[in-house]
Write a new protein. Structure first.
Length: 115
């Protein structure tokens, strides 16, 4: 059974930081491209950041320079370090793992940026 379990969300003030974690089980984690997506109320889900099995990263323009995606294959975990958070970063953040035709999602974790 495949599971992706996110943690680390919460309420933070503008300018603050959070680190999201996603731990996978039931897959050969090291071969999967891992990503973080987010969905704000009334909006479509959007890609935030991805990291390839080889460690190549890519980010949506709105988070470049503020967010960092990383992975620890020994721990089957992908991280999203989020700095200088803005109210517009408020959303449910989802972890995704993709390899060939296999595509898995976590349950999501809420991030709220508000004073």
């Amino acid at each position: 059974q495949v599971q992706l379990v996110e943690s680390g969300g919460g309420l933070v003030q503008p300018g603050g930081s959070l680190r999201l974690s996603c731990t996978a089980s039931g897959i050969i984690f090291s071969i999967y491209r891992m990503g973080w997506f987010r969905q704000a109320p009334g909006k479509e889900r959007e890609l935030v950041a991805i990291i390839s099995s080889g460690g190549v990263t890519n980010y949506v323009d709105s988070v470049k320079g503020r967010f960092t995606i990383s992975r620890d294959n020994a721990k089957n975990t992908v991280y999203l370090q989020m700095n200088s958070l803005k109210p517009e970063d408020t959303a449910v953040y989802y972890c995704n793992g993709q390899f060939a035709r296999y595509d898995y999602w976590g349950q999501g974790t809420q991030v709220t940026v508000s004073s």
